[in-house]
Design a protein around this ligand. Structure first.
Ligand SMILES: Cc1cc2nc3c(=O)[nH]c(=O)nc-3n(C[C@H](O)[C@H](O)[C@H](O)COP(=O)(O)OP(=O)(O)OC[C@H]3O[C@@H](n4cnc5c(N)ncnc54)[C@H](O)[C@@H]3O)c2cc1C
Length: 318
């Protein structure tokens, strides 16, 4: 039985190529096909990319009601797809929405689900999924002996690696029937940020509680702008009401993978690092030389960030 990666929406999210990389390796270990289920306008982009990642078949969902997929419709559409194609392992790139959908699909199918997975191996007829647990503080390996399972992937530690031999995937249209599906719960749309998204930014400057006051966060924004990047934040200052939750980086915020990540007055808690440890270079400013953030940072400035920020802004603008 094949494995299937599920993707939907208007455009491919960051982490898709990484999820495809893992899915391709898994299908290689099993000697099985890799199908990529897509729904919505993203189908076109997916078809252009699929061959590079050795996909066997791009399965495009068709049917009335697919244009505006709420969670209930999406779960029904995916369950309909699974009923017709019988994938063995159903994979998700763990976007904000996939966090809701993957467990609900598993519930609908009556199969096990592992969230926060980052490695998946097939051996001795069982699936071994390594996942983060306790907000990223530890790793757990789950052994799934069931014939069908759902795995949602955090892709920050996976390096995208296209197939050695690209394929020419089939494109199959899979019709799903959403008649009678009603959204049972009103969905509050996530706070919308104007312009570029943190998830796509190449430079991010994030501030934490070490800034001391909400006013000092203005300097974080100024530095981010001077570097042509975006400003992020730790959850501590979101919870304190200094900044909007849309800029929170971490396991319960945005998962980012910039070239440069500057952590200003941030301790480096595992839940924060889950959202930025895939950065190519981390620079930290923290007055405590023993702060955890220095375990991850390539460059560190042990100093009072309130004193050092004006200097950094001046240098960035020079
Ligand atoms: C289930 C769960 C999910 C979570 N999800 C997230 C998440 O998505 N994102 C997230 O960020 N957190 C998350 N957290 C919270 C996380 O555990 C930390 O509490 C949080 O990241 C701490 O934020 P902080 O580093 O800004 O604050 P603190 O932990 O208070 O650290 C402040 C740092 O600033 C330094 N400092 C103090 N004064 C100065 C100064 N003048 N100059 C320079 N440095 C200074 C200190 O040495 C310290 O290291 C989560 C927690 C849980 C339990």
């Amino acid at each position: 039985m094949a494995g299937a990666l599920c993707t939907w929406g208007n455009a491919l999210e960051g982490g898709t190529e990484e999820a495809l990389t893992l899915a391709l390796r898994l299908s290689g270990e099993r000697g099985s096909a890799l199908n990529w289920m897509v729904a919505g306008a993203v189908a076109e982009e997916a078809q252009a990319l699929a061959g590079a990642y050795g996909v066997t078949s791009v399965d495009v969902l068709a049917g009335e009601g697919l244009e505006e997929l709420g969670p209930d419709a999406l779960v029904s559409a995916l369950a309909g797809y699974c009923a017709q194609t019988s994938p063995k392992t159903i994979l998700f790139n763990q976007t904000l929405e996939a966090r809701l959908i993957a467990p609900r699909l598993a519930g609908r199918l009556g199969v096990p689900v592992v969230m926060n997975g980052f490695d998946v191996r097939d051996s001795n007829d069982a699936l071994h999924v390594t996942a983060t647990a306790y907000g990223g503080d530890t790793h757990v390996v789950y052994e799934l002996g069931d014939p069908v399972n759902v795995v949602s992937l955090i892709t920050t530690s996976i390096v995208a690696n296209p197939a050695e031999t690209p394929t020419s995937p089939d494109v199959r249209t899979i019709s799903v029937d959403l008649t009678g599906v009603e959204e049972r719960s009103p969905v509050t749309p996530a706070a919308k940020t104007e312009g570029p998204r943190l998830e796509d930014a190449d430079v991010i400057v994030s501030g934490g509680r070490g800034l001391g006051t909400a006013e000092n966060y203005e300097m974080v924004k100024e530095l981010a702008e001077a570097l042509g990047g975006l400003a992020g934040a730790s959850r501590a200052i979101v919870d304190d009401g200094w900044v909007d939750s849309s800029v929170q980086v971490g396991s319960t915020g945005k998962i980012t993978r910039p070239g440069l990540y500057m952590a200003i007055g941030i301790s480096g808690a595992s839940q924060h690092m889950a959202g930025c440890s895939a950065a190519k270079t981390i620079v930290a400013v923290n007055s405590d030389p023993d702060a955890s953030i220095y375990r991850y940072a390539r460059y560190g400035i042990v100093a009072d960030c309130v004193e050092i920020l004006p200097e950094l802004i001046k240098a960035a603008k020079a």
